[in-house]
Design a protein around this ligand. Sequence first.
Ligand code: ATP
Ligand code: MG
Length: 396
Amino acid sequence: MNDHQILNFQNYQTIECIHQGKKSLVYRAQHISDNKPVILKLLRSEYPSFNELVQFRHQYTITKNLNLSGVVQPLALENYRNSLILVMADEGYISLDEYIKKDNSLSLSQCLTIGIKLTEILAELYHHRIIHKDIKPANILIHPQSLEIQLIDFSIASVLPKETQVLKNPNILEGTLAYISPEQTGRMNRGIDYRTDFYSFGVTLYELLSGKLPFETTDAMELVHCHIAKMPSSLSNRKKNPKVLSNIILKLMEKNAEERYQSAWGIQKDLETCLKQLENTGKIEFFEIGKRDICDHFIIPEKLYGRQQQVQQLLDAFERVSNPISSQLSVEKEEIPLNPPIYQKRSIRWSPHSTKSEATSGLPLSKGDGRGITQGTGEGLPGGTEGRSLLGEVQK
Ligand SMILES: Nc1ncnc2c1ncn2[C@@H]1O[C@H](COP(=O)(O)OP(=O)(O)OP(=O)(O)O)[C@@H](O)[C@H]1O
Ligand SMILES: [Mg+2]
């Protein structure tokens, strides 16, 4: 298929290609019979695999019955040659990614307004037990005039049974590396629940406010390591971003889901307080964040309580095995090893079930800022979610 070719479908006249991704092509088009503007998304491959078709259909299945103003509703899923076309109404929205690139001088109050709208959408998704798993500016649409916000691309979203309260998702490394939560990297031995979207939302907000990503490495493994082990630099040194806003983002981007916000409502209230202060006084004073952040159901934290001695033994053993000479020296010199040493050895995922090569191998590495590094189903990645990994166990 020639990407630049303006395709002619049976019922649609294509106008322009607006996205040529790794997997998909997106066109602005017109319905031939009634001239209605539409967006057509189709798979790039002429002969998509069964899994690609299932994933493509998945985004339609999830969104077709969701009647949410913040989610783009599909009009149809049509057969096209050996593949499928997702048809959506074209309401003049563009991606937030494109919007920032065009007009990267978003004011603080605009950032806050967009953030508040996004939290409303996240709250609606939570209500419907949907985890998006790929929140990022490219998957958020904005109307250039009204600044209304909508969410797209539910191809890796997960729908959890309504009766299940403990949310789990076994998929690993789905999403976009620059925005992916630590648990979604598959290297934390932690379940993925709705709070994974809060982390990616934090990265998105960070980018909106600062114009850059929190972790700007070009190495995929390094990026995974950053998400797991490094805190992003604070935004508050910038004149534009007050300390409290920086704290909100850092709370969203906490490594452990338990330490993040627990509800979209809680995030929304804090952002609204910021916006209100800004509108009333022109500045945002420090206030205690998370005060109205209440989770409406019980979640068992995935961390170890007690067992300090056993944890220390494991850490010592890890230090000895990973660096026998220096650990010998450090014992002689009575040096105290840096904590937590495992994270400092980059993001090695070790589990009692993994072989050495599994433990040290990892992502298909590629260069780039991670924005474009999207992952599929995670099939075939080592480690899986079975077994208790050392990383998960000692994680504080
Ligand atoms: N309904 C829509 N209205 C306007 N633009 C859209 C719409 N749907 C998609 N787009 C544009 O197409 C881009 C890609 O869409 P989408 O995120 O659904 O594809 P994708 O699955 O991420 O594709 P790939 O994985 O191949 O990059 C979006 O970032 C946006 O610019
Ligand atoms: Mg996308």
